[in-house]
Design a protein around this ligand. Structure first.
Ligand code: SAH
Ligand code: SF4
Length: 411
């Protein structure tokens, strides 16, 4: 990362302090249309007969135009705008820091209110631009209840779930910063896809286990994919889970987004160590749940993430076992170079080992995103991001994209 901006100026601090001292206002972002109507009516701001129309207006301003101030809602009377502002907020969260790498990768550190956690919480969101798309990696929890042994987040306790509003705020603020709403300019020099939306894809691969925060994640993703609002295609939204089997069917049925599974091992003994939730929901149950994922087809495959850990799960035998395990499941395999963090006992597999592993699964018919020649890229992903990122080519960033490092180490 080469450029670091501290956006917390004195003025912002004062404004935030004033906000903290003021009575808590209802948040409108993250509410369903029904909840939004109810909030408007019960506060007395909007008469019941107008509720539907006002919801439609607000929905458009919030999610199509991306406004974060009622004053900008020009087709709403001044009086009503003032009333709305008195009772509600649509303000963006505090950005503690925005880092921009020379290859266009952006990382934001957001601060959210405590909401019972004792003190304000901070989470990271990462944006990775590529030739034809821009992917945003979103967090669902602060910390995680699970303790995957290779994951940095796994060493941190769960502080709290994020709300639907906070999950959406990551997307909306990223779009603000990239000029990805109508009538907004993209900052000079920003690296974004040449055409189309700047944020075209989202992955729930930041901090936390999204299926342990099901309701908030569901609400946020349904709003993110709402055709009259943020309008992201569900095929461009991927939810990654460590394998919370009882929630997998519902994810397809009620949210309908693409699924990724953090597999990382092909037998229960090893997976129990790497992804301890496996003790509760072992591989057979997990793979069965995948087979039954609603909407699964060759055109809509499940992504299996597999972190490459030196001498742990990276042998050719493991590759064979992986192919065998996934037989008959419409699958993509994402090999993730392990991203080391201080205190970890694991190492990233050697490049040659990754290459052999990838060749085997490629030959078995799986398009694996790690292809030759990608050595430099792998090096970068294995903890040398700072020095190597400048030389990374757009086409060589899949390894980084695959691991979506938010909250997972130091890079
Ligand atoms: N909790 C969810 C989503 C967040 S993790 C899940 O586990 O799927 C997103 C991906 O990053 C997961 O596949 C996770 O296993 C992987 N990951 C975690 N720590 C990593 C590390 N240090 N290096 C590489 N990948 C890591
Ligand atoms: Fe939690 Fe996912 Fe990390 Fe496991 S890999 S500890 S589920 S964030």
């Amino acid at each position: 990362m080469t450029l670091s901006l501290d956006l917390t100026t004195d003025a912002t601090r004062d404004a935030l302090r004033a906000r903290a001292a003021a009575p808590v206002k209802g948040e409108l972002i993250g509410l369903t249309r029904e909840e939004l109507a109810e909030a408007l009516v019960t506060s007395g701001v909007v008469p019941e007969r107008q509720a539907k129309m006002r919801v439609q207006q607000l929905w458009h301003w919030l999610y199509v135009r991306g406004v974060s101030d009622f004053a900008d809602m020009f087709n709403i009377s001044k009086d009503l705008r003032a009333e709305l502002a008195k009772h509600f907020t649509i303000a963006r969260p505090e950005i503690v820091e925005e880092q921009i790498s020379s290859d266009g990768t952006r990382k934001w550190l957001f601060r959210f209110p405590p909401r019972g956690a004792g003190r304000p919480v901070e989470i990271e969101t990462v944006y990775i631009p590529e030739e034809g798309r821009g992917t945003l990696c979103i967090s669902s929890q602060v910390g995680c209840t699970l303790t995957c042994s290779f994951c940095h987040t796994g060493t941190q306790k769960l502080v709290r779930n994020l709300t639907a509003e906070e999950i959406l705020a990551q997307l909306m603020t990223a779009r603000d910063r990239l000029g990805d709403f109508p009538d907004r300019d993209t900052p000079a020099g920003a690296i974004v896809p040449a055409e189309g939306r700047k944020v075209s894809n989202i992955v729930m691969m930041g901090m936390g286990e999204p299926l342990y925060n099901f309701e908030a994640v569901k609400k946020a993703l349904l709003i993110a994919s709402d055709g009259d609002g943020l309008a992201l295609s569900k095929r461009r939204i991927t939810l990654s889970t460590s394998g919370v089997v009882p929630e997998i069917f519902r994810t397809g049925e009620e949210i309908g987004v693409m699924l990724a599974i953090s597999l990382h091992a092909t037998n229960d003994d090893l997976r129990d160590l790497l992804v301890p939730i496996n003790k509760k929901y072992p591989l057979k149950e997990l793979v069965d749940a995948c087979r039954n994922y609603p909407g699964l087809s060759n055109a809509r495959r499940i992504t299996f993430e597999y972190v490459m850990l030196k001498d742990v799960n990276d042998s050719l035998e493991d590759a064979k076992a992986l192919v065998k395990l996934l037989k008959g499941v419409p699958a993509k395999i994402n090999l993730i170079p392990f991203n080391p963090w201080p205190g970890t006992n694991y190492q990233c597999s050697d490049w040659e080992t990754i290459e052999k592993f990838a060749d085997y699964i490629n030959n078995a018919g799986y398009a694996s995103p790690i292809r030759t020649p990608r050595g430099r890229d792998i090096l970068a992903a294995c903890g040398q991001l700072k020095s190597e990122s400048e030389r990374m080519k757009k086409s060589e960033r899949l390894a980084l994209e695959a691991m979506m490092i938010a909250g997972h180490g130091e890079a």
